[in-house]
Design a protein around this ligand. Structure first.
Ligand SMILES: O=C(O)CCC(=O)C(=O)O
Ligand SMILES: [Fe+2]
Length: 333
């Protein structure tokens, strides 16, 4: 018993270290892909390697708020095979579009949210602005929303009767990302949208509820930054600390798919990549899940109507965690 307590400590110890406000943790060993800053030379030194994309161009990128794949940069970490970070491939307008989707639409009923337990709010974002002043208490109360197959936090089992329609634009986005790294069969079927404020944390866990554990998991981050801890298959393995910034896409595939991970701290972002957007034009390309028309106008809308969303992301982080639930030939649970 004592041994397992001690071995669990390895993940917990780092989690507590980075979570602490007094004393503040040193960020010296946090891997920042942005600056290609490697973890300090020590026993856990990591090698960061550039990875190349399977697909170099996808005609859907611009409309989805992404730069052309030829401009993307992705890295893998030698200590964590299967873990990939695509360094912010989003245009400024794209960041605005996805942030806004998470706040205005994904947090709305019939999606499931943590606030459903004690509030009867249909349209959370609208409700926050019903009075003259923004309802900050309600705004801060939202911590998660689930889309598609709803994650059951207690049983950790998905069921066929508890699912909504998975948003087409998010499925399309994940299709482009999955294809870029060689997964041509990925189907986005469930997502958790996490809303973090400056003091929020997410404790150590693995995501193992999906029937299909071979498919990669895509994790999109927007707004303020986070220290992301990535460990191994046991909590006894000391995790690496990785900085995730707005627009970064973390991919947990292969060996990394079932690794322990956590978010011990939200950090103020050093950049505001949602600033200085430019408009997008139609390409008349064919999409898999949506019509281009459905996305171009809502995308360009964010050139103007943006202030309220900006105020939110200036003090929050949003993470969208997308999974495939079913096996390739399975059509339901
Ligand atoms: O916020 C993150 O970066 C991770 C979220 C996560 O691990 C989850 O929703 O399962
Ligand atoms: Fe997770």
């Amino acid at each position: 018993m004592k041994r397992s307590m001690e071995s669990e400590d390895c993940f917990m110890k780092k989690f507590k270290y980075y979570k602490s406000n007094k004393p503040k943790p040193s960020l010296e060993e946090v891997i920042s892909i942005e600056t290609y800053k490697f973890a300090k030379e020590n026993a856990y030194a990591l090698q960061v390697e550039n990875i190349t994309f399977t697909v170099k161009h996808d005609s859907r990128t611009r409309a989805l708020g992404l730069y052309d794949i030829s401009n993307w940069k992705a890295v893998s970490l030698s200590r964590h095979p299967g873990f990939i970070i695509i360094k912010n491939p989003f245009t400024s307008l794209g960041q605005r579009y996805w942030i806004r989707k998470c706040l205005e639409e994904y947090a709305k009923k019939p999606n499931k949210r943590n606030i459903d337990i004690d509030t009867d709010v249909d349209n959370w974002w609208e409700e926050c602005f019903k009075k003259n002043e923004v309802d900050r208490k309600l705004q801060k109360k939202l911590r998660w929303a689930t889309l598609g197959y709803h994650h059951d936090w207690d049983t950790k089992v998905y069921i066929e009767d508890n699912k909504g329609v998975f948003p087409g634009e998010l499925a399309e986005l994940c299709d482009v990302i999955a294809l870029s790294i060689g997964y041509s069969k990925f189907r986005a079927e469930a997502a958790i949208v996490n809303y973090y404020h400056m003091g929020s944390t997410l404790s150590a866990h693995t995501d193992h509820s999906e029937v299909n554990l071979e498919a990669p998991l895509f994790s999109l981050s927007f707004g303020q930054s986070a220290i992301f801890l990535l460990g191994g298959h046991e909590k006894s393995i000391e995790p690496s600390a990785i900085l995730l910034s707005s627009g970064d896409i973390a991919i947990m595939s292969k060996d990394a798919r079932l690794c322990y991970h956590a978010v011990p701290k939200i950090l103020p972002s050093s950049k505001q990549p949602w600033n200085n957007p430019t408009s997008v034009q139609k390409t008349h390309e064919t999409f898999k899940y949506i019509k281009e028309d459905d996305i171009i106008d809502p995308m360009n809308k964010n050139l103007k109507e943006w202030t309220k969303f900006q105020a939110y992301v200036e003090e929050s982080r949003i993470n969208v965690n997308v999974r495939q639930v079913l096996n390739e030939n399975q059509i339901c649970l």
